[in-house]
Design a protein around this ligand. Structure first.
Ligand SMILES: N[C@@H](CCC(=O)N[C@@H](CS)C(=O)NCC(=O)O)C(=O)O
Length: 78
């Protein structure tokens, strides 16, 4: 399964999302948006009022942030 997680440094919700993925041995690619300009560009590109990290993509589909990842886990039997 292809999982990508957009993060930045010192982001507690990013750490929680990564810990959740690690807890069930799901592997992921992390894209670090610590640079403020890069992060703002990413938010603009994603649109739909997205303004926080983490942003998690599973099989190219945007799931959302940590709460949405928890919901995805529940719905997919993890
Ligand atoms: N529960 C939310 C919390 C996300 C959140 O508040 N993230 C902070 C960093 S931990 C953030 O993105 N702040 C705005 C910014 O850094 O651009 C989620 O995971 O969707």
């Amino acid at each position: 399964m292809k999982i990508e997680i957009y993060t930045k440094d010192n982001c507690i919700w990013c750490d929680r999302a990564k810990n959740l993925l690690n807890s069930v041995d799901l592997t992921y690619t992390e894209i670090d948006l610590s640079d403020d300009n890069e992060r703002q560009k990413f938010y603009k590109k994603v649109g739909e009022g997205v303004s926080t990290v983490p942003q998690i993509y599973i099989e190219e589909k945007r799931i959302g942030g940590y709460p949405q990842l928890v919901t995805w886990f529940e719905e997919n039997g993890y």
